[in-house]
Design a protein around this ligand. Sequence first.
Ligand code: 13P
Length: 247
Amino acid sequence: MRKPFIAANWKMNKTISETQEFIRKFIPEVKDSSDVTIAIAPPFTSLPAAAAMIKDTGIILAAQNLFYEEKGAYTGEISPLMLVDIGCTYVIIGHSERRQYFHETDDTVNKKIKAAKKAGLGVIFCMGESLEEREAGKTFEILQRETEKGLEGVDPESIVIAYEPIWAIGTGKTATTEQAQEAHAYIREKLRVSYGNKADELCIIYGGSITPDNVDSIMACRDVDGALVGGASLKFESFSRIVNFRR
Ligand code: 13P
């Protein structure tokens, strides 16, 4: 049985005080949610404040990025060990916004995943096709490439895959349950090639315009094991409702 994994990706939002206000209100809402793994990924600047507040709650602290070197002359970058030091146990890698705006390639993503795992961090590994790629019938080709290259030489321990179709991110256009299930089942098939039956234990979560209104139906899909939530994770009311989705 895969335990549902629901993560908030706050992207470049929330100051330290806004982070503290959110977490203060959020904790009581999820105290009975032990059947769901909950992760919050605030911006780097809010990580220490968030770490202090969620210490004994079971909520996972995740970072939104890292650099793959351990230390050195890389101005502006944050190493895996620094994230561990601050209390992170997971990190988001391969988000389409990183690929699009910061030119991360499959190779960079693979290096980052390996570096994260070497430091003992779990990874939320994102992949997904653009609208043009979907319309050109290339969805599976993209998912195959991103899965194979991103996970080359990586063991599956503490890897969560996030399928995030780029056309559904921040657009209010969620994948249909059929589209989500089809993509997730395909990714699981690809994982089976490398990992055998372990593929059935891996969480494959969906991201892209998840809201309190659509979370229940998306979560009902057989191969959807959770959600990576952007916009709707910024308000504690909506993220609480998403975490407490109805089965
Ligand atoms: P939205 O939920 O705002 O569409 O963002 C999804 C996402 O990119 C999460 O990583």
